[in-house]
Design a protein around this ligand. Sequence first.
Ligand SMILES: [Zn+2]
Length: 239
Amino acid sequence: MYYGGRGIGFGWFDPTYLLLIAGALISLAASASLKSTFARYSKIPCASRITGRDTALRILQAAGIRDVQVTAVQGSLTDHYDPRNKTVSLSEPIFGHYSLAAVGVAAHECGHAMQHAENYAPLAIRSAIVPAANIGSTLSWPIFVAGLIFSLRPLVMAGIVLFSLAVLFQLVTLPVEFNASRRALAMLVQTGILGEEENKGARKVLTAAALTYVASLAASVLQLLRLIALANGGSRRDR
Ligand SMILES: [Zn+2]
């Protein structure tokens, strides 16, 4: 386990921890907001009484997509679209329910299927950098710490670059998520699943979900700033 300040000359308290704490608080606030918004709109049924599953089927059909499956998946807020097997997976609170939250989330996942069907560029870029981002988030910290311990500047810089790949991934995720929600809300009205007034509720759920991605990005940027601060603190000590 890496022990904060000692090795890099900040004394007993590493002030860069404040960046981590701020990031954690932002993430917590966003996920709490999503949970409460989701709970609220899960209790409001849509007038059309169309379930999440049927919402997905109707939207895919309206979009002219015939090769995407709709399945149920365990858990809550585990809904996703997998481009590898072209499957929209809907969680239990979404699949068989007709709340504003359920149809909103189901439509959002179909938004990703629509992006995939038309090779929406940010989605393609995001898929392309997944491996690099995974390597980056796994190796950045060990390489960075090794660089600090052995005072090897190139290793420290490599750690920062690797972490930046993970941040880049989260940055590209934002347009993908916002665009999927935009498509979803348009389709919900176009296919007659929700009225204009009901659509506002679905929009609130999808906006709260999108904000969790913004929060994750903010937390990662703060972590990146922390790495840069630690790298500079380490080099000051070396001089
Ligand atoms: Zn999404």
